[in-house]
Design a protein around this ligand. Structure first.
Ligand code: MG
Length: 149
């Protein structure tokens, strides 16, 4: 695999992310993908587990925003109850996805991590933007019938 597609940290799920370890690395902002990172495509609202994760991050002093390439309706509905900034049709892997989010949050590249399940959007976006990347496994990968993964 090309190095640009490899996450700086690779985990199975977001729940393995240790907020205090990120904080100790100087991370204060987490830009988080939505689909297949926080929930599968069929789950419209955050689960209690997702909500608890957001609280744990916030309690440690890390602000989380959702940066999604999905449309407004999906992202707005999911984020409604979370009380966090969110960005739809963010344009990942283009750098402006990170730039726009940081402009709103007020953080710097050095203080920011991007968390997501897709190498060609999330990991690549983090690399191009020069920020830390955490790659998690897709919650429910789309079935590709003609090609076994
Ligand atoms: Mg995703």
């Amino acid at each position: 695999m090309m190095k640009i597609f490899r996450g700086d940290i690779e985990l199975d799920t977001i729940y393995e992310i240790k907020p205090d370890e990120l904080y100790a690395r100087g991370i204060r902002y987490a830009l988080c993908d939505l689909d297949n990172t926080l929930a599968d495509y069929d789950t419209p609202l955050p689960t209690e587990q997702v909500k608890a994760w957001f609280c744990a991050m916030r309690d440690k002093g890390i602000r989380v925003a959702i940066v999604s390439n999905n449309g407004r309706t999906r992202v707005e509905k999911f984020c409604e109850s979370l009380d966090i900034p969110y960005f739809w049709k963010s344009g990942k892997p283009r750098r402006r996805a990170v730039r726009n989010a940081l402009a709103k949050l007020g953080g710097t590249a050095e203080q920011t991590v991007l968390i997501g399940d897709k190498r060609t959007t999330d990991v690549l976006c983090a690399k191009w933007a020069g920020i830390l990347s955490i790659k998690v496994k897709s919650i429910k990968p789309r079935t590709i019938l003609w090609k076994k993964k």
